[in-house]
Write a protein that binds this ligand. Structure first.
Ligand code: ADP
Ligand code: MG
Ligand code: MG
Length: 256
């Protein structure tokens, strides 16, 4: 059993050489996710959902100013990005990065080697990748293409779930993996997430704008995220309420 515990987390965009200005984005996030649980986070654009995902993963653009994040009691915030991945954290990005010149096959093997601590045995690995690609409706020819370069929106999202399938993290943060998917791709992605749940008993933080993915992936808890914090939490029925009534009643005066 794994527990990711987030307590009183505050964070801002880190100052850069070009800009000394900092903006507070996370304003006290409390959230606990255990193995086998699926938590959905829903909230308006700009409320800080991706920032939360990035802070958990360790993106250097963000500076944590308070609070704690622990994975089975270990301090996540003091870990480097690659240590977080080895500890069992995974982020599927809202906007996956293109990496020209790096083949998808190479990228996946390098990632698996980094997370597992040793290179996967080649014969095993080829089979593993072939199966995962077929599960996610990828033509094997994708292996030779540069990572995400020229991929359609849906292909980029399916590639994130391909990584989830191969890396088998303990806790997966999926940032709007459903955005921009047609119905068929949504089904393929959801099936992939549900396989991960069933096979790995993984904990999932599913950030989404839309309730339609929640018809395929049943959340145990739904959280309303507004202005850098969780404004309300409930069961799956809360998602239906948000769909029909929107976020209005959760907005703070400053945001309304
Ligand atoms: P969401 O994912 O909920 O749409 P984000 O976490 O992407 O929200 O953004 C939250 C707020 O933080 C937005 O107002 C956004 O403009 C701001 N923000 C995020 N990243 C940066 C950055 N690197 N520099 C400046 N502002 C940022
Ligand atoms: Mg976002
Ligand atoms: Mg599989």
């Amino acid at each position: 059993m794994t527990i990711l515990e987030i307590k009183g987390l505050t964070a801002r965009v880190a100052a850069t050489a070009d800009s000394a200005e900092t903006v507070d984005i996370l304003k006290g996030v409390d959230l606990t996710i255990e193995s086998g649980q699926t938590h959905a986070i829903m909230g308006p654009n700009g409320s800080g959902k991706s920032t939360l995902a990035y802070v958990i993963a360790g993106h250097p653009k963000y500076e944590v100013t308070g609070g704690t994040v622990t994975l089975d009691g270990e301090d996540v915030l003091s870990m480097e990005v690659d240590e977080r991945a080895r500890a069992g954290l995974f982020l599927a990005m809202q906007y996956p990065t293109e990496i020209p010149g790096v083949s998808t096959a190479n990228f996946l093997r390098t990632a698996a080697t980094a997370v597992r601590g040793e290179a996967p045995k080649l014969r095993h690995w080829v089979k593993e990748v072939k199966e995962a690609m077929s599960d996610l409706d990828f033509d094997p020819a994708f292996s030779e293409r540069s990572v995400n370069e020229g991929f359609s929106g849906g292909e980029k999202k399916r590639h994130e779930i391909l990584q989830l399938d191969l890396l088998k993290p303990k806790i997966a943060v999926l940032d709007e993996t459903d955005s921009g998917l047609d119905v068929d791709a949504l089904r393929v992605v959801s099936d992939g997430v549900n396989r991960y749940k069933a096979e790995e008993n993984g904990g999932i933080l599913l950030i989404t704008h839309y309730t339609r993915i929640l018809r395929y992936i049943t959340p145990d808890r739904v959280h309303v995220f507004v202005d850098g914090r969780i404004a309300a939490s409930g069961g799956a029925e809360l998602a239906d309420e948000l769909e029909s009534e929107g976020y209005e009643k959760y907005l703070t005066p400053a945001n309304a």
